[in-house]
Design a protein around this ligand. Sequence first.
Ligand code: SAH
Length: 239
Amino acid sequence: MARTPTRLYVTDDLTAGQSISLPPSQAHYLHGVLRLSPGDSLHLFNGREGEWLAELRDMSKKQARLEVTTQTRPQMPEPGPWLLFAPLKKDRTDFLVEKATELGAAALWPVFTRHTVAARVNQERLRAQVIEAAEQCGRLTLPELIPPLTLNNLERAWDPARPLWIADESRTGTPLKDLDVSAAPGILIGPEGGFAEAELDLLRRLPFAVRVSLGPRLLRAETAALAALAGWQALADDQ
Ligand code: SAH
């Protein structure tokens, strides 16, 4: 049975005839998990030069060499919202990052707030999640991983030209359908414990911020993030 070629993210340049050696972790995945063998084809993308077909040439447990053959998709811009999220427990953050990548987030930006439970984020782990999700869903780019920041520093770090939607659990904000979706916004989601009053005051004062309601129910943070991303995608006709 023909199967869709596996997609792999690589950091190498991609041009016809290029030879690429994969690191042991990827070689193991192709050999030990997917059981590919020399002559099999893969799709490769690097976030810069579109998607290419490549043929597996040499293969062992520890290494694999591929030859890039033809381009299957040109590089396209993949504009999308930036997701600013208060880090959650490990497995919930994994889930959030995987789904946000599938739903087209262009950047992922951890933001520490007063009630954030997680003390740190593991950027390496985020990167591994993002790569796996991008490979699986057919993206041509990875979402950018922006180093964490505390909420108090947000105003200084933010480009005021980009609107910032604040997911406000008081549900008194503007409903998604009434928002301007012509530019991809940032979307800020609070932690499980919600935003502190002082934080909401600070956020309300930001000239580029809009408080957004995601409907009548209180959502978990990861649900709120995905609802906002899917809502933007539908309203902005991101097809
Ligand atoms: N513990 C808080 C709820 C936090 S929910 C409380 O009891 O009030 C986690 C985050 O999800 C919130 O900070 C907010 O950003 C978002 N969120 C949840 N439900 C929402 C809704 N209906 N509208 C907008 N944002 C919501």
